[in-house]
Design a protein around this ligand. Structure first.
Ligand code: UT7
Length: 322
């Protein structure tokens, strides 16, 4: 029997921090509302670091924490809804910067659930025996898509990246496949995404910005997070007490609290770092997992559930032993 495993994690966030008080200078909001309704106290916002920059820094940390070197990486998957360009992908730009060979590199878009989707692809690729070591990254500069005059959404999001090296086990699967990439970092074939922007200037992108029906998303999230955790446990004949930790997508502390209550897993087993980062979309889960590992909250041998939901009304979860 063959398995894949987490073999190193890392994360990176932009230098600039915007507190709730900073945002109160831009829109009609206040620290009390934001903290009580979301749990967010501050977020990192990029005005000069691209999604690829953040992904690169997170990737280097994940490689450093793993047992492999960049030469061992056979595939790169980046989950993002905010690539530097519509194409080439962040993964493709990273390929050149990381000095990788002509391995397959591609981006996926499953909104805030994107990292779990990437984890699923990497896992199945490794179970197929075609690959041994895959670098997966969730990276976003979602604040590019923010309308800084809309208090309903602009207080929620932040930028960042989290990376993981997913490594092998054994046994057959796909017998033959040819894929490759060559890194077009000079932009020979390119389509732009919205530019980075300064919240105080709020140049609303011609390519539009985030629109959200918060209550509908909240309802979806509070239904799907508990049911995904419970399904994972049931499918694996496990009890909630067998779980050391739950690392959920950090969209709203109240959503995490509701999942904790519904599943019956106490809040001290639910990892929460939304106060420092806000909602970083596809980066949220890998940033939280990396932070939990580095803080010693998640230790080798621990079993944890990670779970996410997001745009498109995607969702996903994974049961993982470290
Ligand atoms: O990754 C997935 C992405 N999205 C989510 O997960 C979002 C899920 N939804 C949520 O987290 C919550 O619905 C929000 C945090 C977005 C909103 O919380 P809420 O408790 O559902 O508030 P609400 O939208 O019902 O608004 C309550 C009040 C409104 O005022 P009125 O109409 O009652 O006078 C809003 O205008 O709060 C007002 N409000 C604000 N006040 C101060 C909305 N945003 C703000 C703000 N500051 N930033």
């Amino acid at each position: 029997m063959k398995y894949s495993k987490i073999n190193g994690t890392g994360h990176a966030v932009p230098r600039q921090i915007y507190t709730n008080d900073d945002l109160a200078k831009i829109v009609d909001t206040n620290d009390e509302w934001i903290v009580s309704r979301t749990g967010i106290k501050q977020r990192h916002i990029s005005t000069d670091e691209t999604t690829t920059d953040l992904a690169y820094n997170a990737a280097l940390k994940a490689i450093e924490a793993s047992s492999v070197t960049l030469n061992d990486i056979e595939m790169v998957i980046v989950a993002t809804v905010t690539p530097d360009h519509a194409f080439p992908g962040v993964s493709n730009l990273l390929q050149k910067r990381l000095g990788l060979d002509e391995i397959p590199t591609f981006d996926i878009n499953a909104a805030c659930s994107g990292f779990i989707y990437a984890l699923n692809i990497a896992d199945k690729m490794i179970l197929s025996s075609a690959y041994n070591h895959i670098l997966i990254i969730g990276a976003e500069t979602l604040t590019r898509l923010t309308d800084w005059s809309d208090r309903n959404t602009c207080v929620l999001f932040g930028d960042g990246a989290g990376a993981m090296v997913i490594s092998k086990s054994e046994t057959p699967g796909i017998k033959d496949i040819i894929v490759g990439s060559r890194s077009d970092d000079e932009g020979h074939l390119i389509c732009d995404s919205p530019a980075l922007k300064n919240p105080y200037e709020n140049k609303i992108s011609q390519q539009d910005h985030i629109h959200m029906n918060g209550r509908e998303v909240f309802k979806f999230a509070t239904r799907v997070m508990p049911s995904t955790i419970v399904n994972l446990l049931e499918r694996n004949n496990m009890h909630k007490d067998d779980i050391d930790y739950v690392v959920a997508h950090q969209a709203n502390k109240r959503i995490i609290e509701k999942a904790s209550k519904d599943v019956g897993i106490p809040m001290d087993k639910m990892y929460v770092n939304i106060q420092n980062y806000g909602n970083t979309s596809a980066a949220s889960v890998p940033i939280a997992i990396d932070e939990a590992i580095r803080k010693g909250k998640l230790k080798p041998g621990d079993t944890f559930v990670t779970v996410a939901f997001g745009g498109g009304f995607t969702y996903g979860g994974a049961l993982i032993k470290l």
